[in-house]
Design a protein around this ligand. Structure first.
Ligand code: ADP
Ligand code: MG
Length: 705
């Protein structure tokens, strides 16, 4: 018997209306190689063909509109690149210009004056007049002869496709031809019957049919829901399966006791009371460490939320149980900072802490490697030099990485090999908040702890939005703060493509500041990426030591700078920064006891998106709230730390909008695996088969942790 799904594997050129030339375009432009690919090439919007607008009612506020009228005039105007075809469409209420810049000749030949057309497009405001640039146009008679679809799908297209007749309408025809060829027997159901019933989901074939050719909004919504659920559900099912398997298979050291190191630190050294959030996550970590299963935990917490002390306490538990611990940071500066502060905090407890980076060389390095191997060093802090080959531990029990998104997957994997008997427990810390939906997807097979509370003494940074006409008052404010003994950052954007121009901005800004803050009374540092490392270091140190009051800089100060006396951050051209970058920059102030300020300077005219970004910054200091807003504004692919993963290329689900579906999908997946971890029961076969068939697709995800 022939496998009934085979037809979907047919090369796209065999479909009616495609052929070799268009087939090539489908492959090159859309990545559609087979019938199946086409089936999953979903429309990105729909035209409601049941409704028509009256031309007189259109205004510059109208968005996409559908009109029905008689084509009254048609002429080619202009020459060269300005050449365009202008038609006039008239209905009983008025008339509007239709304008085409491309395909002028072909359209001129095929359109007929006096004929009735249906036109669909976006209203454009051209010097106070409205027109419709590049509308879709179809004669009424042509529409009438076809099967009436009230909701017409619009597919993503490109110029090349359009020129070969594969615009929205052309693609629609071809997808319709596909549905002539297939029926529900060609589409294997991947959700079990009981789930379809529970959620009242239509079967898979009907969902696919309705996503392309819905009869009405309701059918479309239902189909869309099911397909989104399906996409998110299988990902969660796979991630949870990986997590379960790891937990079953990978045993870990049992840290059963809390001993002297921990207790003495807690009683004698801890300089403050832990926040509720710190207590909660410490407990989560302690439970993992005692469970006998290797810990793989992500610790998220905003800048300044106090992750370091949580890391330190976890390391002390490792020591109490006779193990070594390591802490790895992405840069030498950060590693050194950790080393200094941790050494100071645990002084007198009899713990030996060492530092290792690429710059530790010769005899010193040899000595450290020897003591690590013999177990005389308890805690080692450093850069990725820690995971390189010659480094051997006596018994590494816990490995912590700070700012994990800067470490590659391969680097983290190396840590695993440093354990003897079992891999060490792993804790990864990040100050880049990731929205819940993203975390569930990117780190869906890790356990996640969140510190969502700042230490109580911290004063909220006050954030203000100012424009050029407030400039003098901003200078005045800066002078007041300097008079109080504070220091100030002034930051300019530096985006690579326009580096020269940006540098000019920075230099001009520096000059203006120099005039306003004369050298007789003020000292100004300047810092940018084009400077020599030694000069950078020199300027940085002047600011750190308080010799200069103002630091004019590009975003190079984003990481690793800690000057508690700097309490004002002025950001220039704020509209050019992304949200997460603004948040990171703002995190440079608010580190001391004084009230800190962040002043966002921007031009007066802003795009809606820029306005939204600035308002978000003014409204909240909460990194998670900012990350959520960023996700909504920019989409998941652009969130920091996610770019390389390629995990987020969903066909239809949208992490910014489908959080609830994702949550449900994850819960259901967890419940199913609780009852049937290997999907062995009869009714779970559809899911098992589907996962098996798409193993490759899900493989990428398992690499992430
Ligand atoms: P991050 O999460 O950004 O790594 P740190 O661990 O560096 O934050 O902590 C920032 C500052 O807050 C440090 O100076 C630390 O000593 C202090 N800190 C941490 N926890 C508390 C607390 N519970 N109460 C008061 N200060 C705290
Ligand atoms: Mg930190």
């Amino acid at each position: 018997m022939q496998n009934p799904t085979n037809i979907l594997d047919s090369p796209i050129e065999y479909l009616k209306g495609v052929g070799p030339m268009r087939g090539d375009l489908f492959k090159k432009e859309l990545g559609v190689f087979t019938f199946r690919d086409l089936l999953f090439h979903f429309p990105f919007r729909y035209v409601d063909k049941t409704k028509f607008h009256r031309i007189r009612d259109l205004s510059t506020n109208s968005d996409s509109v559908q009109l029905r009228g008689i084509l009254r005039r048609l002429s080619v105007v202009g020459t060269g690149r300005k050449k365009r075809l202008v038609g006039k469409l008239r209905d009983e209420s008025g008339a509007i210009d239709l304008v085409w810049f491309k395909g002028v000749h072909w359209l001129e030949k095929s359109l007929v004056i006096g004929q009735e057309y249906i036109v669909y497009g976006r209203v454009n405001n051209f010097k106070g007049m409205i027109n419709l640039p590049h509308p879709e146009i179809e004669s009424v008679s042509a529409t009438n002869t076809k099967k009436a679809t009230t909701f017409a799908p619009v597919y993503p297209s490109t110029e090349k496709l359009n020129s070969k007749g594969l615009d929205a309408k052309g693609q629609r025809k071809i997808v319709a031809a596909l549905f002539e060829k297939i029926n529900k027997h060609h589409i294997t159901e991947n959700l079990p019957e009981y789930m379809l019933q529970k959620f009242r989901f239509p079967e898979r074939f009907k969902s696919l049919q309705d996503i392309h050719f819905p009869k009405n909004q309701k059918d479309l919504d239902i189909a869309r829901n099911r397909l989104k659920f399906e996409e998110l559900f299988f990902l969660q099912l796979r991630l949870l399966q990986i997590r379960r398997r790891r937990k079953d298979a990978i045993k870990g050291f049992v840290f059963s006791k809390i001993g002297d190191f921990f207790n003495r630190f807690f009683k004698e050294k801890l300089p403050f009371e832990l926040t509720g959030a710190q207590k909660r996550v410490s407990k989560e970590i302690r439970q993992d460490l005692g469970s006998g299963i290797q810990m793989n935990r992500l610790l998220q917490g905003d800048v300044g939320s106090g992750k370091t002390v949580v890391a330190l306490m976890s390391m002390l538990i490792a020591l109490d149980n006779g193990f070594q611990a390591c802490l790895m940071a992405p840069t030498e500066i950060l590693a050194q900072q950790h080393f200094n502060s941790i050494s100071a905090t645990i002084k007198g407890l009899g713990i030996r802490v060492a530092f290792l980076s690429g710059s530790v060389k010769g005899k010193k390095r040899k000595e450290i490697l020897k003591l690590l191997k013999s177990g005389e060093i308890h805690i080692i802090i450093g850069t990725h030099a820690l995971i390189e080959d010659p480094v051997e531990f006596k018994n590494l029990g816990l490995a912590i990485t700070d700012e994990q998104h800067r470490f590659g997957v391969a680097q983290r994997a190396k840590l695993w090999n440093k354990g003897i008997v079992y891999p060490p427990h792993i804790l990864v810390m990040t100050a880049t908040p990731i929205p819940r939906t993203l975390a569930m997807t990117l780190y869906g097979d890790l356990d996640i702890s969140i510190i969502d509370e700042l230490p109580p003494s911290r004063k909220e940074i006050k954030t203000l939005h100012k424009t050029e006409n407030n400039r003098l008052r901003v200078f005045g404010f800066m002078k007041e703060e300097i008079a109080k003994g504070r220091q100030i950052y002034v930051v300019y954007p530096l985006i690579e493509e326009s580096e020269k121009l940006d540098l000019k901005n920075l230099e001009e800004g520096y000059e203006v500041l120099s005039r306003e803050f004369p050298i007789s009374d003020y000292q100004i540092s300047i810092l940018h990426g084009r400077m020599k490392p030694a000069d950078k270091e020199f300027e940085m140190q002047r600011f750190v030591k308080g010799e200069t009051q103002i630091m004019v800089a590009t975003t190079v100060i984003e990481v690793g700078v800690n000057v508690p006396n700097a309490s004002v951050m002025v950001i220039e051209n704020t509209e050019r920064f992304g949200l997460s970058q603004l948040h990171q920059l703002r995190g440079r102030v608010g580190r001391g006891a004084e009230q800190s300020y962040c002043i966002l300077m921007s031009s007066f005219k802003l795009t809606n998106e820029a306005k939204e970004r600035i308002q978000t910054m003014v409204r909240t200091n909460n990194g998670f709230e900012i990350a959520e807003a960023d996700l909504k504004l920019r989409g998941p692919g652009n969130i920091q730390g996610t770019q390389q993963s390629g995990v987020l290329n969903f066909r239809i689900a949208d992490l910014a909008k489908d959080g609830r579906i994702l949550q449900t999908a994850r819960e259901i997946a967890a419940r199913i695996l609780d009852k049937d971890p290997f999907l062995e029961s009869q009714h779970n076969q559809p899911m098992r088969n589907y996962l098996k068939k798409h193993r490759k697709k899900f493989k990428a995800w398992s690499l992430i942790s």
